[in-house]
Design a binder for this molecule. Sequence first.
Ligand code: SAM
Length: 208
Amino acid sequence: MHKFNPEHLHRLDNEERLELFDPEKTLKQFGLKPGYKVLDIGTGAGFYLPYLSKIVGPEGKVYAIDSQPAAVEYAKNKVEKLCLQNVVVLQSEENKIPLPDKIIDFAYMAFVFHELTNPGEFLSELLRVLKPGALISIIEWKKEDRDKGPPKEEVPSEWELGLALEDVGIKVGRMIELGKYCYGVYAVAPDPELEQKMNNPIKIPPAL
Ligand code: SAM
């Protein structure tokens, strides 16, 4: 898949992108709360880090990862410049996230899914670091002719994205339209304990 050209990172760090959607409103709508541990997948220039950092607050933590060293360096500089104390930027590999199992409450992936080389493999690795029942929010370009973003042939439709998530056992909650150019997918990581309880409801003993 075509990766974002790191020479253009500064283009991602542009307030004009706020015209696409309102990050704070959208992240709250997706269920992000103070105290959460967040994973910003493919952080790029770290454009969304100030919003993620503000919402999770001092009790929370933001892990930002990117597979391209130039993006990691750019985002690290941004975090330092803005003194975002609850944010750490880490170098990742294509299908390897440098974090221990089951620590993340909320995964955020904006304009990255269409760049994944092997979505199934990446999502399985993502599931490893997510807590059971963690929230996943994915934002992508609409698969239609646009005057911004990559060509429609290079991005997944809402339907294709939903199927890729369900293939690895992630439950798709809902899809929302985010303005003229993008859509958002709200999904949940499997929670085997909860599913077990739902399948085996407490049995009320018959009256004697
Ligand atoms: N999310 C940021 C934003 O919206 O401002 C950056 C979006 S940029 C179009 C996509 C970023 O995802 C690039 O920085 C690229 O290096 C990164 N990326 C692509 N595949 C990745 C992967 N498998 N793991 C981590 N980062 C990845």
